[in-house]
Write a protein that binds this ligand. Structure first.
Ligand code: SF4
Length: 326
């Protein structure tokens, strides 16, 4: 066996013995040759199966308030800064959101995430959201997660009291790349919300987007920062360039680079639910199984915030075809 493969095995064994890999080891892992990529993915899969078993976390989401966001994230078609041409709406009425939660439950989905496109909720928006969560709890009984942008400690505590399980707030990009994708808020603003989420005892869902023009080392930097936050869940989105946004003509990442990133993120976050999210269907197409057999153990089903996706039926079939469970 060549020394590169021996190195991958030594990192895998270190993790399975309960230790973390060092930054230097992570740098070496992310740069393994293309010939060793499948070996790296297989090792990431072994870590996933041994630590988390065969279960795939399947979540659906609703874009509860769409577009006209006052932030300028360059990847986002919901930003009011860009002419993306998407339809927009204010916070949806509770009956539509509750109905969506009900349909998700009937589809066999375990958790339902309420997502809103804004910097953060006003008090009045937040009160409405709290009422909606109570209604979902009463009428549906599905695990509720939220992604409401920047929130303060009292809001986080109220969500916790309402039984919200997980709060999503992505870092989006590495610290060294962040100012290239957003100028209306900072990386530290995002970090701050994540600290509040953890402080009140909500589970943290925190990930990012790859393929926005960052280097491989900046992807690793993001992975290392995420690992330091120890999120319970980490969504990995792959940029799908959106019409009218500054990243509209961003070249696509290769499949091997995506699989390399997923595998290394698994080495960095062995216990985290690593969720392959936006861009899964577009980039991985018929090779989506490779992500779930190469370190990922979660998916978003039924579409995303501004683009469609696989139906729950298709996704559950895919999961069972590769011998995993949902
Ligand atoms: S990513 Fe979120 S904060 Fe940034 S523009 Fe889009 S909706 Fe607004």
């Amino acid at each position: 066996m060549n020394s590169e493969r021996e190195f991958i095995i030594s990192c895998k064994d270190k993790i399975l013995s309960g230790y973390n890999i060092t930054v230097q080891e992570a740098e070496k892992l992310v740069n393994v040759s293309d010939e060793s990529l499948q070996f790296l993915s297989d090792a990431a899969n072994e870590i996933t199966r041994k630590i988390s078993g065969n279960l795939v976390d399947v979540e659906s989401l609703i874009n509860a308030k769409k577009g006209k966001c006052q932030e300028d994230c360059t990847f986002c078609s919901q930003s009011a800064f860009y002419k993306s041409g998407i339809d927009t709406y204010k916070l949806l009425p509770s009956d539509i959101i509750v109905q969506n939660a009900k349909m998700s439950k009937e589809d066999g989905v375990k958790s339902f995430c309420l997502v809103c496109a804004w910097r953060g909720p006003t008090q009045s928006d937040f009160s409405q959201i709290c009422n909606i969560i109570e209604e979902i709890n009463d009428k549906v009984g599905i695990e509720v997660n939220c992604s409401l942008g920047f929130i303060d400690e009292s809001m986080a505590m109220q969500l916790k009291k309402l039984g919200v399980k997980r709060y999503n707030h992505n870092l989006e990009a590495s610290r060294s790349f962040f100012s290239k994708i957003c100028t209306t808020h900072t990386y530290d603003d995002r970090m701050n919300t994540n600290r509040i989420v953890k402080k009140v005892g909500l589970e943290l869902c925190c990930g990012g987007i790859i393929g926005m023009g960052e280097t491989r080392m900046q992807r690793l930097e993001l992975g290392l920062d995420l690992a330091n936050l120890s999120p319970e869940e980490c969504p990995i989105n792959i940029l799908v360039p959106q019409k009218g946004t500054p990243l509209e003509i961003q070249p696509r990442l290769s499949l091997s680079e995506i699989l390399r990133t997923i595998a290394v993120f698994r080495f960095l976050m062995p216990k985290t639910i690593l969720k392959i999210a936006g861009g899964r269907e577009v980039y991985l197409s018929s090779e989506q199984e490779k992500a779930l057999l190469g370190g990922a153990n979660g998916i978003i089903t039924g579409g995303y915030l501004t683009i469609g996706g696989n139906s729950p039926v298709e996704d559950f079939e895919m999961i069972s075809k590769i011998g995993l469970e949902a």
